[in-house]
Design a protein around this ligand. Structure first.
Ligand code: ADP
Ligand code: MG
Length: 304
């Protein structure tokens, strides 16, 4: 398994990560979440061996992952890293980019493998397009395909779908994560998108202020968010006296209760409306199946 022991790291004076320890089992899908600047990318880069460590150790199975002082080429051979700012060779085609790490010794196998990877990232139609002619999202998909071409044991993905539009994102996510599970590729994903995590991650951690402030399964953290930061990652929520953190979908209109609120605004959300209301001078949000007029008075109840 991947073992991160007591990692502390800083670029300059200010520490970015302090005493970070966690483990990821082989074949596991593990997510790192946190606000922008919380150190997600730094942690992935450290796992890849991009920087030398002054404090702490990282192991994959029984091998220590070492930084550039100890290694000529950055990155262990069993690991691939797709950076937030991925880079491709611009003047060769998508298929050639994806096959860049594959041996030319078995041309038929190489072509079959490239086709399989084009399917995973849904880029068959662009096989012969030059990388420089692709959109940001398409380039990101090529970078992912290239990283899994030689089937790494561990794949590090930094915000893997950040450049990909909503039309493609859902199906691509399912296709990629299913592929990685089938091949038992250990996958560590840095993200700020709950949809990358909820349906796919076995475990997740929350980075905040240089530390891991929570680590558990997505279901556990969703059901019992320990603080506002964790709740805000998952959904719209409220803090309600005597109840604590209450998601908008846990607050419902009832005949009578002592939570008396007045509608301020309704937001159409597709299969529901998000209602903004005034509850004793505080703004609360709840989900409702129809539009509600501003000024409407009603009673709310917490259904946890
Ligand atoms: P995230 O990926 O969660 O947005 P990063 O790991 O990119 O966060 O950054 C964490 C902190 O480290 C930020 O304060 C950022 O400004 C700083 N940082 C990131 N890369 C460098 C670098 N190469 N040199 C100096 N500071 C950096
Ligand atoms: Mg980042």
């Amino acid at each position: 398994m991947l073992q991160v022991n007591n990692l502390t790291f800083q670029y300059k004076k200010k520490p970015v990560l302090k005493n970070i320890s966690f483990t990821v089992k082989p074949g596991e899908h593990y997510s790192i979440i946190g606000e922008s600047g919380s150190g997600k990318s730094t942690l992935l880069k450290l796992i890849y061996g991009t920087y030398d460590l002054k404090e702490g150790h990282i192991f994959w199975k029984d091998q220590e992952i070492l930084g550039p002082k100890h290694k000529l080429i950055i990155g262990p051979e069993y690991m691939k890293y797709v950076a937030q700012e991925f880079d491709l060779m611009p003047f060769i085609t998508v298929a050639e980019n994806i096959g860049a790490y594959l041996s030319n010794f078995y041309p038929e196998e190489k072509q079959a493998r490239i086709n399989e990877l084009l399917d995973v990232v849904e880029l068959q139609a662009y096989a012969h397009t030059k990388a420089k002619e692709l959109s940001g999202g398409q380039k990101q998909r090529v970078a992912i395909a290239k990283a899994i071409a030689k089937q790494p044991e561990v794949l590090l993905l930094d915000e893997p779908f950040s450049h990909i539009d909503n039309f493609k994102k859902q199906s691509l996510r399912r296709s990629l994560f299913k592929y990685l599970k089938e091949k038992q590729i250990t996958c560590i994903v840095a993200t700020h998108d709950k949809d990358d995590v909820l349906s796919f991650s076995d475990h997740m951690m929350v980075l905040h202020d240089t530390k891991i402030i929570a680590e558990n399964t997505p279901a556990e953290l969703y059901k019992n968010p320990e603080n506002k930061l964790i709740a805000s990652f998952f959904d719209e929520f409220n803090i309600i006296e005597n109840y604590g953190i209450v998601y908008a979908n846990q607050l419902k209109i009832v005949e009578n209760s002592n939570l008396k609120a007045t509608v301020k605004q309704s937001y159409f959300k597709g299969n529901y409306y998000l209602i903004e209301a005034d509850l004793d001078g505080n703004i609360v949000f709840f989900e409702h199946d129809s539009n509600l007029e501003e000024g409407l008075n009603m009673c709310l109840s917490v259904l946890k």
